[in-house]
Design a protein around this ligand. Sequence first.
Ligand code: UD1
Length: 367
Amino acid sequence: MTQVLCVAGARPNFMKIAPVMAALAETGIAAQLLHTGQHYDAAMSDSFFADLGIPQPDHHLEVGSASHAVQTAEVMKRFEPVLDRVQPQAVLVVGDVNSTIACALVAAKRGVRVIHVEAGLRSYDRAMPEEINRVLTDQLSDLLFTTEKSALANLTREGIDPARVVFVGNVMIDTLHRNLARAVPAATTLGSAVDAYAVLTLHRPSNVDDPDTLAALLDVIAGINRQLPVVAPLHPRTRANIEKFGLTDKLDGLRVLPPVGYLEMLGLMRDAKLVLTDSGGLQEETTALGVPCLTLRENTERPITLDEGTNTLVGPSPVAIRRAFDDVMNNGGKRGRIPEYWDGRAAMRIAHALKGWLPMQKGLRAA
Ligand code: UD1
């Protein structure tokens, strides 16, 4: 009998599900893996399965790209019959992508317990699709595993019983620990040694979907690049928008790469002087690596990276980005310390908690 049906769909899910699957196997919890197919390019999906040793999915929904409504609905439509067939005791979802909320909603309505890994993070910005996914997934979840202590206060404010919340630490950092020694050196990825460089990633709709905002960001990046070479692995959405808005010239001089694999990205970050990003995951990974991070967003749902880590919230304003960059160049940037339980053992804490929790769950299944 499958006890836990684990769900992954998009790139940031894969490094979270990898240690969870491994810990479930190690503790003898019968699990299956379902891939929704939200991300499907080899560089956005397959390479992560190979690099991180994630077992081949037992189920694949192949939903692909679409509007938020259509993508979420397609996951739901295709997930329900699989759930009915597998009849797991619980569905485990990670993170905050459309696949996360879609599968949580189907499971909750079928009376199957929902477990959320990385619960309780809040940017308090409903313009972010992920924020809506986070709030709703947490409301639907029976057991909520958190990465940082601020999450409990957020969940309590939303009426969630603290007894269902367990602080376990950060599974993405488990993956980082497990793979750091295998990280591909930056010189290998770039094809030549580079003394000092910055890494840039951009893909949030708020930064890349508006032509003026994107153009202004690329201009300030071009200025930074004249002082410190900028390496930019581009998300397909960003690449497509740069072409659509006629901004390709603004990439001149940057070391532009296609989306890189996990081990390449880890090496690029580890060896970088700083990281400029709007990704949630990179804010945490740079904190774990002790590399200064400038976050090109107005807010973050991961405040511990600001309070204890190496992250600085800079926003999208070119003046603020330039000032923060100069500060890193002159003063070396934030040092930071490693947050509690970002120690490589978060997934084992989850598996141990599940060992106790799963047998206590009575059948709830909807007719
Ligand atoms: C999704 C997540 C976001 C996460 C990001 C990481 C949601 C709401 N957003 O955003 O939280 O940070 O993944 O990558 O779930 N595309 C490809 N190949 C792929 C996947 C996507 O070319 O394998 C292109 C398509 O043009 C697609 C676009 O990227 O329309 C956006 O993909 P989508 O999954 O809708 O959202 P992301 O921006 O990737």
